[in-house]
Design a protein around this ligand. Sequence first.
Ligand code: ATP
Ligand code: MG
Length: 364
Amino acid sequence: MENQKKIILTGDRPTGKLHLGHYVGSLKRRVELQNSGEYDKIFIMIADAQALTDNADNPEKVRQNILEVALDYLSVGLDPAKSTLFIQSQVPQLCELTTYYMNLVTVSRLQRNPTVKAEIQMRNFEASIPVGFFNYPISQAADITAFLATTVPVGEDQLPMLEQTKEIVRKFNQTYGDVLVEPDILLPDNKACLRLPGTDGKAKMSKSLGNCIYLSDSAKDVRTKVMSMYTDPDHIRVSDPGKVEGNTVFTYLDAFSRPEHFAKYLPDYENLDALKEHYRRGGLGDVKVKKFLVAVLEEELAPIRARRQELEKDIPAVYRILKEGSEAAYRTAAETLRLVKNAMKINYFEDEELIRAQSEKYGK
Ligand code: ATP
Ligand code: MG
């Protein structure tokens, strides 16, 4: 294989606006990687085809949310001059690749995928799993490999997808020759960001669970959501000792607070450890901690919100960015598909040797 380039592929389903889980799990990292200049190519995909696998009856939801996700992307600092922002369904080569990869994976292997298992349960799909949904880890392998991605920055729930992708790459290369690239997952360094819980304390903030703080929420909504957040149910009076583990407010502080926030908003405490220590000991009320969290979140969200308001003034420009990005993604995926089809020997009309040898066989 020619000297390997560093290529990123990642994305989100347009099933709602993006939330803090996306931000700490993947978005923030993407922007850092984009601005590091260390990557040759960065592809950011709005996964509408994947969103339809469990929203087939609601295409309007998917359609409306493409713009929302795009606005969120641009407002956190993804820059179309540096990253290719595109829409999955506009790159049909991804479907073709999926079809060929389906032959390399068994049904029982798909059934073992723990993330898909959990999602099937969450959606009450047990008795009626759409084939497309069941198959989405394979389609995700197509998305990643179509761009010969080396790096996939995502949250922890994507680990099984990356494992599946690597297996497909190995199987493909072993069967047809070295064409595809094995990608590496890039997880957040901060443990609290691997899988940010919802405001209700549930294991994952997720659009489908309605327990999100959205990047585009107003300052007032953020405050309301934080003030009603799940904490320690046994911490009733201020004087009671409190638990920090499994306490969502502290998990969010783990994810978002920095030492300078304390000097600025809560100078009685040197850092998060000191705050946690007081909470454990008793004498520190939830309201005080929550107010601090609101201030910390506002510092991060205010500039994102302001940029979004600017971008909202020119929606056609956002669509132009997506169109150009989709065209560029199409060209890259078409080139990979050509290599794949050559390796699989489904390139009949380009293979003069095939036609010559068969002519000979028939005596001509
Ligand atoms: P849906 O409920 O429709 O599946 P979602 O909220 O799970 O939506 P996705 O679009 O499936 O969001 O995920 C996009 C990216 O964001 C993935 O990389 C995923 O790992 C990451 N992500 C989503 N939720 C979280 C979370 N709570 N913590 C960390 N990362 C997350
Ligand atoms: Mg998801």
